[in-house]
Design a protein around this ligand. Sequence first.
Ligand SMILES: [Zn+2]
Length: 209
Amino acid sequence: MTGVRVDHTTTSGTFSLDGGTWDVENNVWVVGDHKACVVIDAPHQVEPIAELIGDRMLLAILCTHAHDDHVTVAGELSERFAAPVYLHADDEVLWRMTYPDAEFYPVEDGQRIPVGDDFELEALHTPGHSPGGVCYRAADLDAVFTGDTLFQGGPGATGRSYSDFDTIVASIRNTLLTLPPHTVVHTGHGPDTTIGAEAAAADTWARPE
Ligand SMILES: [Zn+2]
């Protein structure tokens, strides 16, 4: 692995589901070397994301899930950079709320996505926040990109449609807390954490009211 770096920005907009709309700020992660990169989530505005990509080749737009705040500009980025959108097929119902006609490439649990010559991300299917929630592990960076599955402070929200608390807790326990404790967690909203820090607090996770 040579020269792979993680670039980050945030964009702001709204999240809508179940008839409600909320203001949100989302993290954007760009992983790659000086030649090529992938984008993890495509929220709200193209330009800040395009700046992180720079003159590199965009290999793929990896959506952690299809809530509208995470896929807002996936289609626009895909056209502008001629890059495919990857999403777990179990989130198609959510994807169709933003993109009634556009297609995506289904990503599967365990799938490896090459980034550059000798670096790859591994897709980990972690349903619960949404049915097709996926985390992307970068083992060589000791990092995992968790979208809205795991935040600093515990599991992502499960109070709205297509979410389930028991499912997200099972996903986190079985798939994320088994990673090395020093693994850095890059989330979909808010600050980073580590697997070890979240594992230490797992006994306090409570079902939302
Ligand atoms: Zn979400």
